[in-house]
Ligand binder design. Structure first.
Ligand code: OSB
Ligand code: MG
Length: 374
């Protein structure tokens, strides 16, 4: 397959409510859709998930779009791609920049699935027709508003609730939810807000029957996560630490965690994610699909991945209306008895809703990839 043209569509969707973590707050989802068009006119779509600030990982939207324009797209110009599994290798001389790579690689996976007239989920060996999903709730100003939100999501059918925590915004919140919802599948995500000195606090969290505690310590800290995991009965889950299957191997060998939050964007795309899922299944690590407040295209890629058998634990993959008034795809993803349907149409199985997308588009750029062709 040859790619002839790329379109970089920069859009920004307002969030229904601000999303707060231990390190910052988001009021909108700012993203690019990367559209790659083949010689035959097949369009593949990927979504660039880097955030505006380098606070979750070191990439930002502006660094990633430069990497895409200057370094990744030129690698596709006049190059025959035989299969999407080859793309990771083609990009491999470029260090890091996983989110930039993922946006382009995932557009190529979509294009290939469309060429083969198969759904992306089937093409990557997924079998499920619908998936159970969970919801991630940002830090709330007080216990009352948190309980109200949890109630609302449980009523909507979400099967599992993840709660953001930070020092002094932890025990009280977790305890209140546990009291009101004794059986709820509940977990907490710290986004690196703790360190070794907070051990007693983390030990206290051990009594609330949490599914896991996600990323308590720093983003490159495998050693202290291992130290902590040995002393807790609750699973530690790593998110920010994991950029590749090598990181998962390191975490497993050191005993840094028992679960992996797998995000396509953070690990550079589908090939890397599939390797990680397989490694986890073989090594008794719980793997589940994380989220980046994705708009519809990113959400569709997540759903294809989470439709594989390794993903028995509900992911941070909520319905389109969890974050947005309207989504940029059609059809949108709707929650049905705590589940989302896995699209069966070709590729990611959803199309861009150009009317909605246009409304939120800030700029569009076209790049020809066939320079020098006659
Ligand atoms: O740590 O998983 C995280 C959102 C932005 C940045 C980091 C994280 C998150 C979430 C949201 O938890 C998950 C979602 O998209 O529902
Ligand atoms: Mg996380």
């Amino acid at each position: 397959m040859y790619f002839q043209k790329a379109r970089l569509i920069h859009a920004e969707l307002p969030l229904l409510a601000p999303f707060r973590t231990s390190y910052g707050e988001l009021k909108s989802k700012d993203f690019y859709i990367i559209e790659l068009i083949t010689e035959e006119g097949i369009c593949g779509h990927g979504e660039l998930e880097a955030f505006p600030l380098p606070d979750y990982t070191e990439e930002t939207l502006s660094t990633a779009i430069v990497i895409i324009r200057k370094h990744l797209l030129p690698l596709l110009a006049q190059r025959k791609i035989d299969k999407p599994e080859d793309v990771q290798k083609i990009f491999s001389w470029i260090q890091g920049n996983e989110m930039a790579k993922a946006a382009v690689e995932l557009a190529i996976w979509d294009a290939f699935a469309k060429m083969k007239k198969r759904s992306l989920s089937k093409m990557i060996g997924a079998t499920k027709e619908s998936i159970k999903v969970g919801v991630s709730i940002g830090l709330q100003p007080n216990v009352e508003s948190l309980l109200q939100l949890v109630n609302q999501y449980v009523d909507q059918g979400y099967e599992r609730v993840k709660l953001k925590i930070a020092p002094n915004k932890d025990i009280q919140f977790v305890e209140a939810i546990r009291k009101r919802f004794p059986k709820l599948s509940l977990m907490a995500d710290a986004n690196s807000a703790y360190n070794r000195e907070d051990f007693l606090l983390l030990k206290e969290l051990d009594q609330y029957d949490l599914e896991m505690i996600e990323q308590p310590f720093g983003t490159t800290d495998f050693v202290n996560h291992a130290w902590l995991q040995k002393q807790l009965k609750t699973r530690i889950c790593l998110d920010e630490n994991i950029r590749s299957v090598k990181d998962v191997e390191q975490a497993h060998i050191l005993g840094s965690c028992q679960a992996i939050n797998l995000k396509l964007a953070r690990v550079g795309g589908m090939s890397s994610a599939l390797k990680i899922a397989e490694y986890c299944a073989l090594n008794d690590l719980l793997v589940w699909c994380g989220g980046m407040l994705e708009a519809g295209v990113g959400r569709a890629h997540n759903i294809a991945l989470a439709a594989r058998e390794e993903f028995s634990f509900p992911g941070d993959i909520s319905a389109s209306n969890r974050f947005f008034e309207e989504d940029i795809i059609k059809p949108t993803f709707e929650l049905n008895q705590g589940r989302l349907r896995v699209p069966s149409n070709d590729g990611i199985g959803v199309a861009l809703n150009s009317e909605v997308l246009q409304k939120y588009t800030k700029s569009t750029e076209e790049i020809l990839l066939n320079k020098g062709w006659s």
